[in-house]
Design a protein around this ligand. Structure first.
Ligand code: HEM
Length: 406
C-alpha cells in the first residue's frame, strides 16, 4: 500500500502532483493520510459521489469551532458570524434558501450580461503588456482580472482594490492555511471585521440609492420566505469576493502554463478560435484551480471497503478525478477539442459553482484574446522563467509565470 506523504509544500509535488494522484488511484483510492489527518479520494466516481452523498456535509466550520476553547474561540466570533452564513458551508434546508435567494441574482442571463465589462477589463490589461521583454502573466493579468470583474459586478471603484485585497488575504489565512501559524486567527478576525465594515457601508449606500449592480439586486431579492438578512448580505458579498477571485486567477494562470507546454495545442487554438469554449473546459480539467474539495463525514459509511466515521474529514481531489482513466480517454493529454468533458472543477450536485458561467466567460475572453493578439507567446528561458506554484491544498495555481510576447 502507498504511503502518501502528500505535502503541498514539497516542491516536486507542488510542480507536478499528477504522478502521485495516479499512483493513489491505482493503489489506494480511499486513502487515509496521516499528515492531513483526513481521507483522500482520487477516483472520479468517489469524488463525485462525495459531493452527492447525504452521508457527507460541507459544514466543516461549525464542528471545528465547537471544539475550540477560550481565547481562540473568542477571537473567531466575528469570523464565524459571517462564514457560518456562507452557503458553501451549509446543508439543506439553509443552503436551499440561501442559494434560491442569491440565485435570483446570479443567473445565467445576469452573468452573461457581464460580457462587455469582462472584455473591457481583458483589453485594458492586455494593452498594458509590453512585447519583447519578460512579463509576469500571473501578477499582471491573472491576478487583477477577476478582481476587477467582481468589482464591476458589485459596482465598487477599482481604487478600493488594495484595501479589499489586504483584508481578504487576512481572512484567507484562516480558510486556506494548511499549516499552524500563531496569529492567523487574529489576522482572520481583522480581515473579517474589515470586510464586514466595508460591505455594511456599501449595502447601506445601495439601500439609499439602488442601482443595477449585484449588491442592489441581492438587497431586493425575496421569495415566499422573505429576504436575505443584513448579515447574510454581508456574508454573501464576502463569499463572492472569495469564491470568484483566486479560483479564476488560477484558471487563467494554469491555462497559459498548459499552452506553453503544448505549442501544438496553442497553434490549434490560433488556427481555430471557435475552439475557445472547449479549450477552456479542457484547461479546467487538465490542470484546474480546484485541487481538493473538502467535506466532513456526517454518517458512518463505507467507500470501497474502507470505513469512514462521523466527524472524519475528507478531501475529494478534483484534479486527480479529472485525470482518471476510468472516466477520460488519454487523460494525461491536453486536447483542447475534448468532448465530452465532464470535469469536476466546478464541483457537482447541490453546491455546483454559482459563478461557473462568469468564470468560463473570463477564461474564454482572456485566453481567446491573448492568443489572437500576440503572434508569439513563449516561456522566458532559464531559471528566471520558472513558474512559482502556490503552496495550498485546496487550490492549485501559479503566483508567478514569466512569459514573453511578440
Ligand atoms: C475557475 C473559477 C472557479 C472555480 C474553479 C470554482 C469552483 C467552485 C467549486 C468547486 C465550488 C463547490 C465547492 C464545494 O462543493 O464545496 C464552487 C462553489 C461556489 N462558487 Fe465557484 N468557482 C470559480 C469561480 C467562481 C466565481 C467567478 C464566482 C462568483 C463570482 C463563484 C461563486 C461560487 C459560489 C457562490 C459557490 C457556492 C455555491 C453553493 O454552495 O451552492 N465561483 N465554486
Amino acid at each position: 500500500m502507498t504511503t502518501l506523504a502528500y505535502d503541498p509544500a514539497d516542491p516536486t509535488v507542488r510542480r507536478n502532483p499528477f504522478p502521485l494522484y495516479a499512483q493513489l488511484q491505482d493503489d489506494d483510492p480511499v486513502h487515509w493520510s496521516p499528515s492531513l489527518r483526513a481521507w483522500v479520494l482520487t477516483r472520479y466516481g468517489d469524488v463525485r459521489q462525495m459531493m452527492l452523498s447525504d452521508a457527507m456535509s460541507p459544514d466543516r466550520l461549525r464542528p471545528f469551532y465547537a471544539q475550540l476553547q477560550g481565547e481562540r474561540r473568542d477571537t473567531l466570533v466575528e469570523v464565524m458570524r459571517y462564514m457560518s452564513l456562507w452557503m458553501v458551508f451549509r446543508d439543506p434546508p439553509e443552503h436551499t434558501r440561501l442559494r434560491r435567494l442569491v440565485g435570483t441574482v446570479f443567473n445565467l442571463k445576469a452573468l452573461e450580461a457581464l460580457d462587455g465589462a469582462v472584455t473591457r477589463v481583458v483589453d485594458h490589461l492586455l494593452d498594458q503588456l509590453p512585447t519583447g521583454v519578460p512579463v509576469d502573466w500571473a501578477q499582471q493579468v491573472a491576478a487583477p482580472l477577476p478582481a476587477y470583474v467582481i468589482m464591476d459586478m458589485l459596482a465598487i471603484p477599482y481604487s478600493a482594490f488594495p484595501e479589499l485585497k489586504e483584508a481578504s488575504d487576512e481572512l484567507r489565512a484562516f480558510i486556506g492555511g494548511a499549516r499552524a501559524d500563531g496569529d492567523r486567527y487574529a489576522r482572520a478576525r481583522s480581515g473579517a471585521e474589515r470586510l464586514a465594515a466595508f460591505f455594511r457601508r456599501l449595502i447601506a449606500e445601495r439601500r439609499a440609492a439602488p442601482g443595477e449592480d449585484f449588491v442592489s439586486r441581492m438587497i431586493a431579492a425575496r421569495d415566499d420566505e422573505g429576504r436575505l438578512s443584513e448579515d447574510e448580505l454581508v456574508a454573501t458579498c464576502m463569499l463572492v469576493l472569495f469564491a470568484g477571485h483566486e479560483t479564476t486567477t488560477h484558471l487563467l494562470g494554469n491555462a497559459v502554463h498548459a499552452l506553453l507546454d503544448h505549442p501544438a495545442q496553442l497553434q490549434r487554438l490560433r488556427d481555430d478560435p471557435a475552439l475557445i469554449e472547449s479549450a477552456v473546459e479542457e484547461f479546467l480539467r487538465y490542470d484546474g484551480p480546484s485541487n481538493a474539495i473538502a467535506r466532513v463525514v456526517k454518517l458512518d459509511h463505507q467507500i470501497d471497503g474502507r470505513q469512514l466515521r462521523a466527524g472524519d474529514r475528507v478531501f475529494g481531489f478534483a484534479n486527480a478525478a479529472n485525470r482518471d482513466p476510468r472516466m477520460f480517454t488519454d487523460p494525461q493529454a491536453l486536447d483542447i477539442g475534448r468532448t465530452p468533458n465532464r470535469h469536476l472543477t466546478f464541483g457537482f450536485g447541490l453546491h455546483f459553482c454559482m459563478g461557473a458561467p462568469l468564470a468560463r466567460l473570463e477564461g474564454q475572453r482572456c485566453i481567446g484574446r491573448l492568443v489572437q493578439r500576440f503572434a508569439r507567446i513563449e516561456r522566458v528561458a532559464g531559471p528566471a522563467g520558472e513558474p512559482e506554484w502556490i503552496d495550498a491544498l485546496a487550490m492549485r495555481g501559479v503566483s508567478r509565470l514569466p512569459i514573453q510576447l511578440g
